[in-house]
Design a protein around this ligand. Structure first.
Ligand SMILES: Cc1ncc(COP(=O)(O)O)c(C=O)c1O
Length: 430
């Protein structure tokens, strides 16, 4: 694989570009030139099957023709009129009302996941009864890098200078149980402890959670986890705020992962799956919260790019295709296939300690050996770079690779991607 032009560009960039890129970008060292469907091409003409779908964003694949058409038409028409209505907005609102559960019938629009998480926190604070001044979150959850969102993040991911006063609950990490128990004999004790905490602490206003924890390595809760917690929140007046920035939009095989897992959230934050990679985010919620005078005073959901016409056009086109072509169902079916293939790899390779996922979202944990389960970031990194050199792009962080291909991927490319991954693990661990 030739990389002359890319290396020359990256050398030039390094003179002025602030370091601090993601681990996968820094280690990958690629300059991508264009993308079509599930395939990316770099500056030197090398091709990659993109099992990371941009950054878990391009559910329809790169440059989907209907999204390109909607965006280019909008780009030639109108770019920014603050948060004033434009032609597509009412269509997008109706689409969301059809795709989301009935009780989530009110929406506000933003540009990034963290910005919409912040808006959700403001709604919680504005509507919380007096004295409920704490917000609960899960250990190893990730909610963004703005100050409010970061207060909910208590582990070293990205820059972690400051973490505030959120209350933490155990996440359902069965492979690395924080309580050293085994499912199902544990009786889902992690959830019972979160439940206890919620029942005993009268000052918690909301629990902010990822239904499936994404950045932590695709942690899928065992049956019973969310049921217990949701019940405790409902019984104690604690709002459920689902951060579906990563999982929302069909990725887990249903439009919302929380819906699939039986949690009726009061507020839901969506972003990555909304506009096929264009910056866009949605805060969806119950009318009584998002319309409450305390939360919805003049300007409270407005910002320079909120309700941006370009984002709205991209989101409307993306969600139209997802609904029309029943792509959440396709994600579920392809996800089952991918899961089968990945479990076969796990059976074959000692260093592939855990494979878990839901829909088209998988996490692969690399370990030094099955018994100790010691994380092996050097193996994950080598598998990542070897696969990249052979034409497969994945998402890497620490000792975990995440796979989240576009829902439109065809089965032949799915198989080809898994073959490249298998060869890469074989080479690295031989
Ligand atoms: C679950 C979750 N919440 C929030 C965010 C932050 O979104 P953004 O990077 O768009 O601010 C992310 C980003 O990966 C995420 O995965």
């Amino acid at each position: 694989m030739t990389r002359h032009r890319q290396r020359a560009q990256l050398d030039r960039e390094a003179l002025h570009l602030a370091p601090g890129a993601s681990e996968e970008t820094a280690v990958g060292g690629r300059v991508f030139a264009h993308g079509q469907g599930a395939v990316l091409t770099d500056l030197d003409g090398n091709e990659y099957i993109d099992f990371a779908a941009g950054t878990l964003t391009q559910s329809l694949g790169h440059c989907h023709p209907e999204v390109v058409e909607a965006l280019t038409a909008q780009a030639a028409r109108l770019w920014n009129v603050h948060d004033a209505a434009t032609e597509d907005r009412d269509e997008l609102l109706s689409l969301l009302a059809r795709l989301l559960p009935e009780h989530l019938d009110t929406y506000a629009f933003f540009s990034t996941g963290a910005e919409a998480v912040e808006a959700a926190l403001r709604v919680v604070q504005a509507t919380a009864p007096p004295g409920r001044n704490r917000i609960g979150a899960l250990r190893h959850g990730f909610h963004g890098k703005t100050m409010g969102a970061r207060m909910l993040v208590h582990w070293d991911i990205g820059h972690q200078a400051f973490a505030g006063n959120s209350v933490l609950g155990y996440s359902p990490n069965c492979y690395r149980c924080p309580l050293d128990l085994e499912y199902p004999s544990c009786g889902v004790r992690c959830a019972a402890l979160v439940r206890k905490h919620i029942a005993e602490k009268p000052n918690v206003s909301a629990l902010v959670f990822e239904p499936v924890l994404g950045a932590a390595g695709v942690i899928v809760p065992p049956p019973g986890y969310w049921e217990q917690i949701a019940e405790a929140c409902a019984a104690n007046g604690v709002l459920l705020v689902a951060d579906e920035v990563l999982t929302g939009g069909g990725r887990t095989g249903a439009f919302l992962a929380s819906d699939l897992l039986g949690v009726e959230a009061d507020l839901v934050v969506l972003s990555k799956g909304m506009a096929n990679g264009f910056p866009f985010a949605v805060l969806a919620g119950r009318a009584e919260l998002l319309r409450s005078p305390a939360a919805a005073s003049a300007g409270s959901y407005a910002s320079t790019y909120a309700s941006n016409p370009l984002g709205i056009a991209a989101a409307r086109a993306t969600l139209t295709v997802i609904e029309r072509d029943r792509l959440a169902e396709r994600a579920k079916r392809l996800g089952e296939l991918l899961g089968e293939r990945l479990r076969a790899l796990q059976a074959r390779f000692e260093h592939l300690g855990d494979v878990r996922g839901l829909g088209l979202l998988y996490g692969l944990e690399f370990v030094t050996d099955r018994h100790s389960r010691t994380p092996a970031p050097e193996i994950a990194r080598a598998v990542y770079t070897t696969a990249l050199d052979q034409g497969l792009r994945t998402a890497m962080g620490g000792h975990i690779l995440r796979l989240a291909p576009p829902f439109t991927l065809d089965e032949a490319l799915l198989d080809e991607g898994v073959r490249i991954l298998e060869k890469a693990i074989e080479q690295v661990t031989a």
